[in-house]
Design a protein around this ligand. Structure first.
Ligand code: BYC
Length: 472
């Protein structure tokens, strides 16, 4: 069970006074950050119907209540330990997992934990204005659920930093609140977390594609030999699943509404004229957020990735599904830019671990796009959405200096400049989206014209339930 202390936890925090004091010192800084950088306009007078974990088993999630956002019970929850857990990959395969950080891997582990931790507050900062443009009270509540859980993920990483990295860890925990998404002087570490999320199409694409990178990275960290990192990321994955649900169903509902509007107008209208979001715009936002999220998996060939794997710090998603967990002599076939074209090369598998994880990620995204296309099928329409080629619009890795169209065909710099906004959102697309989102919908059970209602409400509540209450 999770204790009801000042910092809820299932790690016996009250028996470690030093750690408890350190975290209680960090807590008010966190709350201040949340008030400054969290959901704007929803801090003081609103109560939100959110779920809070009361234990780490699956039924522990069934607890829903109205909460004022700054009073959400952020805490430290680790999945239950696995008896006699052994290292599952790399050079130490088969040895007992570590309960403490080995000195020789301290820097690498700290770096992984800080990178993971940095993304969590970043996403809250990116989404802070969305409440002012929400399509419904149901969606507003989902946004805040995602936000408070990202805040809790920050707590998860800060707990590890404070517990296992001494003074350095405490400094890093403060830095996590000091960097700011999009800030020129102190930006967040990874690029996608400095991109603006200014409208709800961005938000749903972000929760579909970028949170799914969260899933692939957390799956690989949950394989870690550092057992507390494995246990904390395992529990985080249960929260992450809801975020991807929000993204995937959000886009499905937009597609549904677009199909309805197209049908109602006899397919003759530009759907924008009737206030909907046209399919090419949806496709452009897929192209943008999928490519940004591919970048989050790092370079195709990476000595960092090789040493994370060899040292047992970061495995592959679902490591148990692979036959060889050591990987000495295996190779990965990769198309590498060479002269004017691409050349297939054999890369030592350990150095290609980022690409192996990216493969898993692309497969998981594809399954989601197939589900979106079922909406068109149901409406008897031939339109389809799709993922762009993975070379398209890359900012990290070996394709970053080159240009490709969404089919993966090389294009010149001149053609890229000329055609880029055929493939990626333009300022005019963004202006249009802001124009249809400028008036938020706060009336229970009402939905903006560009999105269909969900199939069901939250926690078996009706769709017109008052998910966000305003205090008198
Ligand atoms: N942007 O050897 P490489 C989530 C840097 S999302 C900027 O390929 P590595 C969430 C890299 O840092 C999941 N820089 O790197 C989702 C390195 O820099 P230095 C977050 C980048 O280490 C939604 C250099 O390039 N979790 O949870 O193999 C809402 C060499 O690169 C980027 C993690 O990422 C980039 N995209 O791989 C909320 C897990 N990519 O050393 C939350 C922890 C690379 O030259 N992180 N660089 O200064 C990792 O596992 C790895 O650090 C990475 C990069 C996969 C990110």
């Amino acid at each position: 069970m999770i204790s009801a202390e000042k910092i809820p936890n299932n790690v016996g925090l009250s028996s470690n006074k030093r750690l408890q004091r350190a975290l209680e010192h960090w807590q008010p800084q966190y709350i201040q950050w949340w008030k400054d950088m969290g959901p704007q306009g929803f801090q003081d007078y609103h109560q939100v119907y959110v779920r809070t974990a009361i234990s780490v088993d699956p039924s522990g999630w069934a607890h829903f209540e109205y909460v004022k956002l700054p009073e959400y019970r952020w805490g430290i929850f680790l999945a239950d330990p696995v008896h006699d857990r052994r290292i599952g990959f790399g050079d130490f395969f088969g040895q007992p997992v570590w309960q403490e950080v080995p000195g020789e891997f301290r820097n690498q582990l700290r770096r992984l934990i800080v990178t993971q931790g940095d993304t969590e507050p970043a996403s809250v900062e990116q989404q802070r204005w969305l409440g002012q443009r929400c399509p419904s009270m149901y969606d507003l509540r989902n946004l805040f659920q995602v936000n408070v859980e990202e805040g809790r993920h920050l707590w998860a990483m800060v707990y590890l930093l404070h517990s296992y990295f001494g003074r350095d860890g405490r400094d890093e925990a403060e830095e996590l609140l000091a960097r700011q998404s999009g800030n020129r002087d102190k930006p967040r570490i990874l690029d996608a977390f400095n991109e603006p999320i200014e409208n709800w199409l961005d938000f749903f694409m972000f929760t579909m594609f970028t949170d799914r990178d969260g899933k692939s990275q957390l799956l690989s960290l949950s394989e870690s030999s550092l057992d507390p990192l494995s246990r904390t990321t395992r529990f985080m994955l249960t929260e992450e699943a809801h975020h991807m649900f929000v993204g995937e169903t959000g886009i499905a509902r937009i597609v549904e509404r677009t199909c309805q509007l197209l049908k109602e107008s006899g397919f003759s209208e530009d759907v924008r004229k009737v206030g909907g979001i046209d399919i090419p715009t949806i496709q452009k936002f897929i192209n943008l957020w999928f490519s940004l999220s591919l970048d989050l998996h790092g370079n195709e060939i990476s000595t960092n990735a090789a040493s994370y794997f060899g040292n047992g710090l970061k495995g592959r998603a679902q490591e148990e599904k692979f036959d060889d967990h050591h990987i000495g002599e295996a190779y990965y076939e990769l198309d590498v830019p060479e002269g004017q074209g691409l050349e297939r090369k054999q890369i030592p598998m350990r150095s290609a671990m980022n690409e192996v994880l990216r493969d898993w990620y692309v497969g998981d995204c594809e399954a989601g796009v197939v589900r979106w296309n079922k909406v068109f099928e149901r409406h008897g329409m031939s339109e389809r959405l799709r993922l762009p080629d993975r070379k398209f619009n890359r900012g990290i890795g070996m394709f970053r200096a080159l240009h490709f169209d969404p089919n993966g065909a090389p294009v010149s710099e001149e053609e890229w400049e000329r055609r880029r906004y055929e493939w990626l959102p333009s300022a005019a697309d963004r202006d249009y989206l802001l124009s249809i989102m400028s008036r938020p919908v706060y009336e229970a059970g009402k939905f903006a014209n560009y999105i269909a209602p969900p199939l069901r409400g939250v926690n078996r509540m009706p769709i017109n339930f008052e998910y966000v209450r305003t205090e008198a």
